[in-house]
Design a protein around this ligand. Structure first.
Ligand SMILES: Cc1cc2nc3c(=O)[nH]c(=O)nc-3n(C[C@H](O)[C@H](O)[C@H](O)COP(=O)(O)OP(=O)(O)OC[C@H]3O[C@@H](n4cnc5c(N)ncnc54)[C@H](O)[C@@H]3O)c2cc1C
Length: 315
């Protein structure tokens, strides 16, 4: 599909631009390319790239979006996203500053971790492991933010939702941070579409720090061996279907090594697509469609995307 001119034109007025700059100062840029902010290194420009440093700034931005009916999208670490080559109309929000805080409290029985939504899961897991948080290894090596991981219910044999005690969100309808109750499913949650996670509390049973750290280390080493992390990628592209593995089906369909432009199905892990240097979103989207078709034709299984597609896709 060819994108219409209207899909590529900024939705912002000069007044919107001025208001955004007044709220977030230097944290605002216009027509900002998004590729550098995603692990695939792919994606066209955002009308506005808006970095909110605290809950008050975010609330102000939410109020503006509600008043002006501006579309927005919140980008965490960009490790589970395919952003279209035509970019994103409206605002792309990034949390930073106070949202990156991590506080670990050891009661002797439990390890309680309070984290802002932009905190890196890598740092959170390292800190929690040092306090002996049992089960934290299942979240180790996931290159996302806390907010993105919560939205995705990221994990391996256990998921972040298994450890959540409290989630606070903000939205255009209710801009002040407030607690919500969330249900967790395989790689998705009941979180409202317009909710931005601002902070999270996780609780773990407390064990021996050394044993927890060693287990985590083993998992990290295994990841390095089995995942093509030297090239830009977005982790597993498809969800595992009930009772099977997407990677197994893709490999059995003969798709390992398939290419579209600069995108390639990894020879190391068939559910990963790597950017070999110059892949566009169009290349990746074509390859995803080809793989999905092949698995469906061969095994009658309709794979569902795990990565989120965002923005305008151009033929
Ligand atoms: C090498 C590699 C390995 C990976 N391994 C795993 C794995 O083992 N298990 C696993 O589950 N995933 C894995 N992933 C996928 C990815 O890391 C996770 O899904 C991660 O949790 C996404 O977090 P993010 O901050 O990057 O989210 P993004 O990719 O930025 O966003 C993902 C979604 O979350 C939303 N979002 C982001 N921040 C917020 C917020 N504050 N509030 C509300 N919504 C928000 C976005 O709008 C988007 O819809 C892997 C990815 C890579 C590249």
């Amino acid at each position: 599909m060819i994108a219409a001119d209207s899909e590529l034109r900024s939705l912002l007025t000069d007044a919107d631009r001025q208001k955004l700059s007044a709220i977030c100062g230097d944290g605002v840029r216009f027509d900002e390319p998004l590729a550098p902010y995603t692990s695939w290194k792919i994606g066209g420009p955002a009308d506005a790239w808006v970095v909110a440093e605290n809950e008050e700034q975010l609330a102000e931005v939410m109020r503006l979006c509600a008043r002006r009916k501006l579309p927005w999208f919140v980008l965490g670490s960009g490790s589970n996203l395919l952003i279209g080559d035509g970019g994103v109309r409206g605002l792309v929000l990034r949390l930073a500053g106070e949202f990156a805080a991590i506080d670990v409290n050891d009661s002797g029985v439990e390890v309680i971790v309070r984290a802002g939504a932009s905190a890196a899961m890598s740092l959170l897991t390292a800190k929690a492991a040092s306090a002996g948080a049992i089960g934290i290894g299942s979240l180790a090596g996931i290159p996302g933010s806390v907010g993105g991981s919560l939205r995705m219910n990221a994990g391996t044999d256990r998921e972040i939702g298994d450890f959540v005690r409290e989630v606070w969100v903000q939205s255009p309808a209710k801009p002040q941070a407030h607690p919500v109750s969330v249900h967790y499913y395989y790689r998705h949650t009941s979180l409202a579409r317009d909710a931005i996670v601002s902070r999270v509390t996780l609780a773990f049973e407390r064990g021996q720090a050394q044993a927890v750290r060693e287990e985590m280390q083993e998992r990290l080493v295994r990841r390095k061996r089995t995942q093509p992390i030297a090239l830009p990628n977005a982790g597993s592209c498809f969800r595992n279907p009930e009772g099977d593995k997407a990677a197994r089906l893709i490999e059995a369909a003969g798709a390992k090594g398939w290419r579209e432009g600069g995108a390639e199905v990894s020879a190391l892990h068939a559910n990963f697509i790597t950017n070999t240097g110059s892949a566009s979103a169009k290349d990746v989207a074509s390859l995803l469609a080809r793989v999905r078709r092949a698995v469906n034709e061969k095994f009658g299984v309709d794979l569902q995307l795990e990565v989120h597609l965002v923005g305008v896709f151009i033929e």
